[in-house]
Design a protein around this ligand. Structure first.
Ligand SMILES: [Fe+2]
Length: 286
């Protein structure tokens, strides 16, 4: 076998955004911008009906409607966990009465948004490549006996490699995305929250292959428009059995927003401890 397979990436090039509806833009600003340290996209969706929040090369899309919650965890990398903890303490008063809470775990910070989405905030580490700010993974809890079929789906339909890994909680399947991102699927015995319409957006190098597979099986939920389509039913390719529901916005690299450059501020800047020339943050290690 030829060497250097570690240089390869699969067909899914990036996980670009997670879209969850939120109930209130001022609370979302307190949580995602002031607390987590994200940066509001200054160019698009700057009103009160939606907000896009940049975290490195990824985004949250936060339309104002009935809140949506992912039954699982969104992984984030932040530059400084201690600074994060201080910022979260500062927004606690403003988010009182909501589901907002946070606790320091051994090697990450577990943070819950005002509507119940849970974030694992990690320091930069080799597992996440050279990322110093961003969204390296989203973990979904799935029904017992479905993980293998889910991994088969991404492998067969999307050409995305996967591994089965083990952490402190147990075994999970990891679908590889681009250089340093992944989607995690972890089986759980507890009952799962019904799917509420949240979505993820991915970019793929080969677009027609996944489209053809899903289209021939009646699984496209929104047909191609502006270089993207949507689907939400993940089926086991071995038998067609539905194994998980998650809306994916699937974009080709010809989508006008591919590799859009996101503005990131350095959340460590403050009026008091201002450092001239250091307003912007580069979300990669030097
Ligand atoms: Fe989207």
């Amino acid at each position: 076998m030829a060497g250097y397979s570690e240089e390869d990436v699969g067909n899914i090039i990036s996980l670009e955004h997670v879209n969850v509806q939120i109930a209130d833009q001022s609370m979302a600003t307190l949580f995602y911008v002031v607390g987590l340290g994200g940066t509001r996209d200054p160019y698009l969706n700057v009103g009160l009906t939606n907000m896009w929040v940049n975290v490195g090369e990824q985004q949250f899309h936060l339309p104002t409607r009935k809140p949506q919650v992912i039954d699982g965890y969104i992984g984030l990398v932040v530059p400084d966990l201690t600074a994060l903890e201080k910022r979260l303490a500062l927004v606690a008063e403003g988010l009182k009465g909501s589901k907002f809470c946070y606790e320091r775990r051994e090697d990450y910070m577990l943070v819950t948004c005002p509507w119940g989405n849970r974030y694992r905030c990690h320091a930069s580490q080799p597992a996440f490549g050279d990322m110093t700010l961003g969204m390296p993974y989203v973990e979904f809890l799935v029904a017992p006996g479905t993980m293998d079929g889910i991994l088969r789906f991404y492998r067969t339909v999307f050409g995305a490699p996967s591994t089965v890994e083990t952490d402190g909680v147990g075994k999970f399947g990891s679908v590889k995305i681009g250089r340093q991102q992944s989607l995690w699927f972890r089986e759980t015995e507890r009952s799962l929250a019904p799917y509420d319409g949240h979505h993820v957006a991915i970019y793929v190098a080969n677009f027609s292959g996944p489209y053809g597979y899903l289209q021939s099986r009646g699984l496209i939920s929104e047909d191609v428009r502006n270089h993207q389509f949507r689907f939400k039913d993940i089926v086991d390719p071995d038998n067609g059995r539905p194994v998980f529901t998650l809306e994916h916005e699937v974009r080709s690299l010809r989508h006008p927003m591919y590799h859009r450059s996101f503005v990131n501020r350095d959340a460590a800047q403050s009026q008091r401890e201002y450092r001239r020339g250091w307003d912007a943050f580069t979300p990669f290690q030097r």
